[in-house]
Design a protein around this ligand. Structure first.
Ligand code: HEM
Length: 174
C-alpha cells in the first residue's frame, strides 16, 4: 500500500486538476438544458395539459435530459474517486473539523443520496425512453411526475450547495 502511495504522490496536483474538472462538469453540465429547455417545456405542458404538442415536447426534452445526465454522473464517479485518492494521499485527518471534513459530510449526507435518486430516475428504472419502449405509459407518467418533483426540490439545494462547495474548497475558511 505504501508503495502505491509513494508512486501516486507526485501526481497529487494532476489528480486535483481532474477533481476540479469533474466538479465543474458535475456542477454545471445540465444547467443550460434545465433552465432554458426543460423547465420552460415542463411549465408549458403543465399550463396546457390538453395540448399534445406541449406534452410531446416535454417528453422529448425529458428523454434527452436523461441521456445528457450521463455526463454529470460519469463526472460524479471521477469526483468521488479523485476525492478519495486525495484524502488518502494527503493523509487527511478526518477526526479534525476542516473544510475537507465539511465537504465530506456534505458529500455523504446530501450529494450521494441525491445522486442515487437521480441516477435511478435518469438511467435505471426511471429512464423515460426505456419505459416508453415497454409501452407502459402509466409508469411513464408516474416517473415523469417523480422526476419533475425531484428536479424542483433539488434545484434550490444545488443552487446553494455548488457555490458553497467551491468556496469551501478554494477559500479553505477553516
Ligand atoms: C464529495 C466529497 C469531496 C471531498 C472529500 C473532496 C475533497 C477534496 C480534497 C481533499 C481536495 C484537495 C485540497 C487540497 O489539496 O488543497 C479538494 C479540492 C477541490 N475540490 Fe473537492 N472534494 C469533494 C467534493 C467536491 C465537490 C462536490 C466540489 C465542487 C462542486 C469540489 C471542488 C473542489 C475544488 C474546486 C478543489 C480545488 C481547491 C484548491 O486547490 O484550491 N470538491 N477536494
Amino acid at each position: 500500500m505504501e508503495e502505491i502511495r509513494a508512486t501516486l504522490a507526485p501526481w497529487y496536483l494532476y489528480i486535483k486538476a481532474l477533481h476540479v474538472i469533474a466538479a465543474a462538469l458535475w456542477s454545471f453540465s445540465t444547467a443550460v438544458a434545465w433552465v432554458f429547455y426543460l423547465k420552460p417545456a415542463l411549465r408549458r405542458a403543465a399550463l396546457s395539459p390538453a395540448d399534445p404538442e406541449a406534452r410531446m415536447r416535454r417528453d422529448h426534452y425529458l428523454e434527452l435530459f436523461d441521456r445528457g445526465a450521463l455526463v454529470e454522473h460519469v463526472a460524479l464517479a471521477v469526483l468521488v474517486v479523485t476525492a478519495l485518492a486525495m484524502l488518502w494521499l494527503g493523509r487527511v485527518d478526518l477526526t479534525r473539523w476542516s473544510f475537507v471534513t465539511a465537504k465530506l459530510w456534505i458529500g455523504v449526507v446530501l450529494i450521494l443520496p441525491m445522486e442515487a435518486i437521480d441516477i435511478y430516475l435518469s438511467h435505471l428504472g426511471g429512464n423515460k425512453a426505456g419505459i416508453r419502449r415497454t409501452g407502459d405509459m402509466a409508469r411513464y407518467e408516474r416517473m415523469v411526475r417523480h422526476h419533475v418533483t425531484f428536479l424542483r426540490v433539488t434545484e434550490p439545494i444545488v443552487v446553494v450547495l455548488v457555490p458553497l462547495l467551491f468556496v469551501l474548497a478554494v477559500a479553505k475558511p477553516f
